[in-house]
Write a protein that binds this ligand. Sequence first.
Ligand SMILES: Cc1cc2nc3c(=O)[nH]c(=O)nc-3n(C[C@H](O)[C@H](O)[C@H](O)COP(=O)(O)OP(=O)(O)OC[C@H]3O[C@@H](n4cnc5c(N)ncnc54)[C@H](O)[C@@H]3O)c2cc1C
Length: 442
Amino acid sequence: MSMRRGFALAETDLRSFDRRESAHCHVQKPDRYRLIEALPDDVQRISRGSGVSYIGASFADGCVVQDLSAFDRLLDFDAQSGLLTVEAGARIGDVVRFALAHGWLLPVAPGHPRASVGGCIAADVHGKNPARDGTFRQHVEAIELFDPSSGWLHLDRNHNAERFSACFAGFGIPGLIAQATLRLVPASAGYSLRSVAVASLVEAGEVLLAHAGAPLLYGWHDGRANRFGRGVVRFGLESKEPMTRRSRLAADLPATIKPWPWCAWNRTGIAAMNRLIGHRYGPGQVHVAIESAMFPLNDARAYYAGFGAEGFVEAQWLLPHARYADFVGSLEGEVARQRPRISLIASKLFDGQAQGFGFDGKGIALAIQLPQPKARTQAAFIASLTELALLHGGRPNLIKDSSLQADAAQRGIADFAACRERLRIFDPQGLQGSMLTRRLGL
Ligand SMILES: Cc1cc2nc3c(=O)[nH]c(=O)nc-3n(C[C@H](O)[C@H](O)[C@H](O)COP(=O)(O)OP(=O)(O)OC[C@H]3O[C@@H](n4cnc5c(N)ncnc54)[C@H](O)[C@@H]3O)c2cc1C
């Protein structure tokens, strides 16, 4: 622990969840509001929630990391309106559990239950069916924010409305979010979760569109050349029946997962894993607790450990409907030609409006996970995937893909320069920075 300019900073190495970005950092872990204010105004900084972004979004060399994990209290709940005020470090799994225990639901939650509310706002995350529930911004009523030059600010749709909007997919640039008020909706008793087998990603797109109104809707697909796109689309329907037996709830996925000493996702490993997914999530119907339906990745600890120390990349692209089938056809051709190792493809339907740097729009999103992204053949395929997605009008998810470079981000987000300007208005001295903002020039 070192003392710098009057308060305690720990020195530590931080690493992204995909293990591809790391830095030696000075970390401040305030546990009271006056310590948030104590950081001198001119210090380069970045807010950090739980640090479970795939990429280095909440740390960088030379920036003080303000770790908000001690601010994890649920502060106020109005059982009539469903308004819940929480501190920004509160973890989304805890928020979901609290809400469900009171008969309410937070409709949008990302797959990692330890993601913080601040991180979900700053990344404007999506949940299990973005076409129905939108992104996180639709469920936030107000934010309490600290800005080094303006101090404490209350933000909502009527007060400081532009800054309020900029916080979503603002990646910490508009300031440190200390509290947020979330709007919950009444919860059903459980979900009846159905899996439909699909033979291709095009068929998956059709099934997703056919079930656009379901509260849960996503696909898991094989990425191997000979079975490309085969898999299941899972959709959950609200069940009015009370749960008769409690289904087993897995413990929350840890924030950091120790990698195995080798990469398990070679061709044999990927074949075995796809067989397991097919067996476990094959066609049929199950009645499940909402919490386990919201966090299926709690069972995926071995999957992430299996990438080994070299890590992985998750490239996620949103393709407009009109270009989706063409994109999928070209991608399948490229997979047949280059034979990359794809550990998994996930599909989701979107029906929103792209805003700022957020990941939203109308189309189908594919998240493609690849082990050992530095290996020559893997890197070549990732470059082809990026190019193909851009050629087909794809929009990249900036918070996920550590392989994405500034030129690709600028091509994938049409009004990139204007979005950057709109964000930096709130940080004219350029104090807020992370590996993400530096890599992409945000
Ligand atoms: C296994 C896994 C599954 C995932 N599933 C999904 C998914 O389904 N949908 C989806 O959209 N995303 C998903 N993600 C991405 C993840 O939800 C986001 O990256 C989220 O931001 C992580 O939250 P965090 O608290 O760890 O944020 P961090 O990683 O700590 O930070 C992320 C960003 O938020 C900013 N930030 C954090 N806290 C604050 C604050 N208090 N004030 C201001 N800025 C702040 C940081 O500066 C940074 O820019 C997943 C990630 C993993 C690893």
